[in-house]
Write a protein that binds this ligand. Structure first.
Ligand SMILES: [Mg+2]
Length: 217
């Protein structure tokens, strides 16, 4: 199997939940909302309103904000790239994989400005061989097409196989498998009881790197 490793971005290479909490605290302060509002925003985010347009429509209504949902969402996308971080050990682990001949890429769903901003500001743009963003390509994981594009950007052909690492059982694991890749699921405890059929399960992306190295032995 070729040495191709594709990674999800949010809550895989970067801790989006931690950045979201920072954003929620700033948002509450800016709009003079209570501490309870922060809890509400986090809960709304975790409880499955991933589509930000709907999320901000609901937030606007709840807190009687004058700005439109579209404007609130745009401000969120401008701010988030400044709040996310990629841990230095993760950047180093990507460099180590590449030193061992792996081609490394990112496959992510989301708007082009937000995802690209996060990839660039965290230094990940320089730490990988290529990336494919749904907001740019017009197709989303689990569509195999996005994995194919990511592989190509890394100078590889998805037909040669490889690995997909991510935290979403359907988008990352289901999609990766449909693309013919072996999979490592990052279990963050948010999908308890959900069926998965990944080849490996870990709690942090750093352990996924270990699995990739071991897979070569
Ligand atoms: Mg994710």
């Amino acid at each position: 199997m070729q040495r191709l490793a594709l990674f999800d971005l949010d809550n895989t290479l970067i801790d989006l939940d931690a950045a979201f909490l920072l954003w929620a605290e700033e948002f509450a302060e800016e709009h003079r909302l209570s501490r309870k509002a922060v809890d509400y925003l986090v809960k709304l985010d975790r409880n499955g309103l991933p589509h930000r347009e709907l999320f901000f429509a609901k937030v606007r209504e709840r807190f009687k904000l004058s700005a439109s949902a579209v404007d609130l969402w745009a401000a969120y996308r401008r701010r988030m790239p400044h709040l996310v971080e990629c841990r230095p050990e993760v950047i180093a682990a990507l460099a180590e994989l590449r030193a061992f001949g792996w081609r490394v890429g990112i496959v992510t769903n989301g708007t082009a400005d937000n995802q690209l901003g996060k990839i660039q500001r965290t230094g990940l743009a320089d730490a990988v061989d290529g990336y494919a963003l749904s907001g740019v390509e017009g197709i989303r994981k689990p569509d195999v097409g996005l994995f194919e594009i990511a592989a190509r950007r890394c100078g590889a052909d998805i037909a040669g196989g490889g690995w997909m690492v991510g935290d979403h059982p359907i988008a990352d694991i289901g999609g990766g498998q449909a693309a013919g890749l072996r999979t490592v699921w990052i279990n963050r405890g948010t999908w308890t009881g959900h069926e998965h059929s990944s080849d490996h399960v870990v709690t942090d992306v750093a352990y996924a790197m270990d699995i990739l190295h071991a897979a070569l032995d």
